[in-house]
Design a protein around this ligand. Structure first.
Ligand code: SME
Length: 200
């Protein structure tokens, strides 16, 4: 992104046409990540791009952001899935990995999610996108906000294919995401996975 261009302009979309908005958002992400590889910076700007893109096309998105995988070296027994697991609680074995809340747009959200739990933990564990048209029909959905009705979670994979986090978007209406929305989010997650230094 050129120095003489206001960065905020990247969050301003001059059309309501979905494919154009998504194309512009992806081009902005490419430009932003070309000059920056620090994960927190890129996730923060990506959250802004998603939020404003969805607003421009009239979607009722109430949360758009990221969870990042907690590094093993920072993992404490109390962060692990200790339900009935004495060995983990006593620090003799490391439990399941944990997703930590990262940059986002929207209301305050759950701070940690263990792999395998909720939509985010399911996508992180499987390494694949999870689309939930109706959160009430997803067993184990974690309701950070009771007004969320549908959700998409896309894993973020690094160059080696390791899961480094997830991209999560929530919507106030049932069946709030179509195929083009999911494609946009998968493209963005791909750029993020390749465009960041995952030294956290
Ligand atoms: N609903 C998610 C939790 C994260 S919030 O939506 C921001 C889940 O079930 O994993």
């Amino acid at each position: 992104m050129q120095d003489n261009v206001h960065h905020a302009d990247a969050s301003t979309f001059t059309t309501t046409d979905k494919s154009q908005v998504y194309e512009t958002a992806i081009s902005s992400a490419v430009a932003l990540f070309e000059s920056q590889r620090f994960w927190a910076t890129n996730l923060a700007n990506a959250a802004s791009l998603m939020w404003h893109a969805f607003d421009a096309v009239g979607m009722h998105v109430n949360w758009a952001g990221f969870y990042v995988v907690q590094p093993r070296r920072l993992q404490k027994p109390s962060d692990a899935d200790t339900e009935g697991d004495k060995e983990v609680a006593e620090g003799k074995r490391v439990g399941k990995r944990t997703l930590m809340l990262g940059p986002f747009m929207g209301k305050v959200a759950c701070q940690t999610i263990i792999f395998g739990r909720g939509v985010c933990g399911t996508a992180a564990e499987a390494g694949t996108t999870v689309v939930v048209p109706d959160v009430e029909k997803f067993p184990g959905h974690i309701a950070c906000d009771g007004s969320t009705k549908s959700e998409v979670v896309v894993p973020i994979l690094d160059d080696a294919g390791a899961v480094r986090g997830v991209l999560d978007v929530d919507c106030l209406v049932v069946d709030g995401f179509d195929e083009s929305d999911v494609q946009f989010l998968e493209s963005l997650a791909g750029l993020i996975g390749r465009g960041c230094e995952w030294d956290l």
